[in-house]
Design a protein around this ligand. Structure first.
Ligand SMILES: [Fe+2]
Length: 446
């Protein structure tokens, strides 16, 4: 979605985004058996059938009852599907709806949602901030796509033969092998965050000016080959590369390589969606936690970029001084720009998508893999919680690190360069990699 200025366009965009998310929800869950839907594949994740009914319940709550001012379909289910009331590990023991009932709930809620949408003024002039620009519909489309990503992560954790497939991304372009290792992002102020993007969430607001000194940024995400050099160099056995709490975690958890990697017959293998294969050297590294990214960067004589540095590299156009919606401009992400939307169930080789490059020349800032940044998840100056404190505010602080840029698992509806994701620094089941940075003054570079 660009920035349409009338309700008709926004209503159509909302409908399309909700339909896209739903197609993916059904495709992901239609491919697994009912037994697989109710099983818990990892204590880190919900049973898939919980995600299904939770998607429906949030839509029932926000679109049918709140936006539509209707009684709703199953308000009695709210406590059962409230993510704050039940940690993921406890969800299998709840009296959840079964697969057929969960699907029926989704369908019934969606029919009511579209009736509400048809009767809603989604123009920017609507005095209700939930309805203006169709915000709450965009919020729920982003919510469902986020659960599509979580469900995909559950299927990656699932043991057993493959249940999901997608075509491989195109091979790397011819110039991928000759790209400069890093690009220079010039110093100076830039506009971070947004106050105008219609479906931007509270944590992306408001826009504000941040002065970012010049820095070097890796042109592409760190590859498996580069990361394997750190592993093979004994990086996981050398405390000097690790932050103290990272070192404690590596020892306690027994980490030796990225999640889903294993060593066999003198080479590294990797399991992805039920398929075990040699680690492909030119793919961005995936399934590393923040501590691993931080340690690799120290080993390489580098550091992780701050969140402000990442966003400046992804948005700032030095020619105009303006912040773009995406690295390539304001146009919606297309297949030539970025690997988004579960079109491929893997990252594209490093150096892909020259048409999606930022003004600095950095590639793949959007899509492929989430990128860990050095920064804690903090509010922007002037932050206001909307529509509720549990959306972002309760997560602010040093417990969470920010990830940027989305991954192949993320829908374009959340693929804007202001979008912020956050997670614990020990998390590895998410589709996260990273790239490194260095000071332009000469420190922090090899
Ligand atoms: Fe949720």
């Amino acid at each position: 979605m660009t920035t349409p200025d009338n309700g008709t366009t926004l209503s159509a965009a909302a409908r399309a985004a909700l339909e896209t998310a739903r197609r993916r929800t059904l495709r992901l869950t239609d491919q697994v058996t009912d037994d697989d839907l109710v099983a818990q594949h990892s204590r880190l994740m919900s049973p898939l059938v919980w995600d299904l009914a939770h998607i429906a319940n949030q839509e029932d709550l926000w679109l049918v009852r709140t936006a539509g001012r209707r009684p709703g379909l199953r308000p009695d289910l709210d406590p059962l599907y409230d993510a704050f009331q039940h940690p993921r590990a406890d969800r299998p023991a709840l009296p959840l709806l079964g697969p057929a009932a969960a699907r029926a709930y989704l369908t019934a809620v969606r029919a009511a949602t579209f009736e509400v949408l048809a009767g809603t003024d989604t123009s920017p002039d609507n005095p209700d901030p939930l309805l203006a620009n169709g915000f709450v519909f965009g919020m729920l489309a982003q919510h469902e796509q986020q659960h599509d990503e979580t469900m995909l992560a559950t299927l990656q954790l699932r043991e057993g033969p493959p249940v999901v497939q997608a075509p491989a991304p195109p091979p790397a372009p011819a110039d991928a092998a000759t790209l400069p290792r890093e690009v220079l992002v010039p110093g100076g102020p830039f506009t971070m965050g947004t106050s105008t993007d219609p479906w931007a969430l509270d944590n992306e607001r408001p826009h504000h000016t941040v002065d970012v000194p010049a820095f070097w940024l890796d042109t592409v995400p760190v590859s498996n080959a580069a990361y394997q050099a750190f592993v093979d160099d004994g990086g996981y056995r050398e405390p000097r590369w690790w932050a103290p709490e990272g070192w404690r975690h590596v020892r306690k958890a027994g980490l030796r390589a990225p999640l889903f990697w294993r060593r066999e017959g003198g080479r590294w293998l990797r399991r992805r969606f039920g398929v075990t294969e040699a680690v492909p050297p030119d793919e961005p590294v995936l399934h590393v936690c923040w501590y691993e990214a931080d340690a690799y960067a120290r080993w390489a004589g580098r550091r992780l970029p701050t969140e402000a540095e990442w966003e400046k590299a992804a948005r700032h156009d030095p020619a105009t001084g303006r912040s773009r919606r995406h690295p390539w401009g304001d146009a919606e992400p297309g297949p030539e720009h970025a690997n988004l939307g579960q079109r491929h169930l893997q990252p594209a080789p490093v150096g892909s998508f020259p048409a999606g490059a930022a003004p600095s020349g950095a590639r793949q800032l959007i899509g492929d893999v989430w990128e860990w940044t050095a920064s804690d998840f903090d509010p922007y100056p002037g932050f206001t919680a909307f529509p509720y404190k549990e959306y972002s505010e309760v997560f602010f602080g040093p417990d969470y690190k920010v990830l940027r840029g989305g991954a192949f698992s993320v829908d374009p509806v959340a693929g804007r360069s202001t979008f912020r994701n956050w997670d614990y620094p020990i998390r590895r089941q998410i589709f996260a990699g990273f790239r490194t940075a260095g000071n332009a003054a000469g420190e922090g570079r090899d």
